[in-house]
Design a protein around this ligand. Structure first.
Ligand code: SF4
Length: 218
């Protein structure tokens, strides 16, 4: 994809995405724009379907929605609230570790800097960027598997992993698109540009896509 095409691509995607459901963490901030909830829900969402993340988040936040309240729960109580999210036992432990660190080192306030966020247990750049963009409305680019796969298929970046994709996008994607690109590409990835055999014949941005390494499509 030539750089000049990115404007047309994002604008087309913006329109297409209106027909799709938003990613679950984005949907949940429409009612609670709280960096702590964004942080915990994103931790729950890793390797977990949106429908499961949604129920687990609601059950957990009904019990506790601050670091101090969360610390009053036992690991078992958290596990029971969040089951069956992927790796629920590890996530329950990490949630308690995160809450303790927030209380001990950050005065119970979720940091608003990536370099601080990634010091929290179980928090990588994807989660950190989402806390910045959704929790604080600060600039960031949340690169998950969908953003990584699709921007490489477009030929807009050529990278080996999501962290490298984030750096490549920070260098060339216009800042106006940084926050929205995650929602749009997650939706495109879930509905059209699937990992195996993408539905290119139904794709609204196919005119600008180089289909790099796409060997089979519908
Ligand atoms: S044209 Fe195909 S490979 Fe390219 S973004 Fe659309 S679905 Fe994905």
């Amino acid at each position: 994809m030539k750089d000049a095409k990115i404007n047309a691509t994002v604008k087309t995607l913006r329109r297409a995405a209106r027909a799709w459901r938003l990613p679950i963490v984005t949907e949940m901030v429409q009612t609670h724009r709280d960096p702590f909830r964004v942080l915990i829900s994103t931790m729950l969402s890793l390797r977990t379907k949106d429908a499961v993340t949604e129920i687990a988040s609601r059950k957990l936040f009904a019990l506790a929605d601050t670091p101090a309240a969360m610390m009053r729960l036992t690991p078992r109580e958290i596990e029971q609230a969040i089951y069956p999210v992927g790796f629920y036992r590890t996530k329950a432990k990490n949630i308690l570790k995160v809450c303790k660190q927030l209380i001990d080192e950050y005065n119970s306030i979720v940091p608003d800097e990536i370099d601080e966020l990634v010091k929290l247990p179980g928090v990588g750049r994807k989660t950190a960027n989402l806390v910045l963009t959704l929790g604080y409305k600060k600039l960031g680019i949340c690169v998950d598997t969908h953003v990584h796969r699709i921007t490489n298929r477009w030929g807009y970046v050529r990278t080996k992993n999501p962290d490298a994709t984030e750096m490549a996008l920070r260098a060339k994607l216009p800042q106006a698109y940084w926050i929205e690109i995650n929602d749009e590409l997650v939706a495109l990835g879930q509905n059209i540009c699937n990992p195996i055999s993408p539905k290119c014949s139904q794709c609204s941005v196919s005119a600008w896509c180089d289909r790099v390494d796409v060997t089979k499509h519908r």
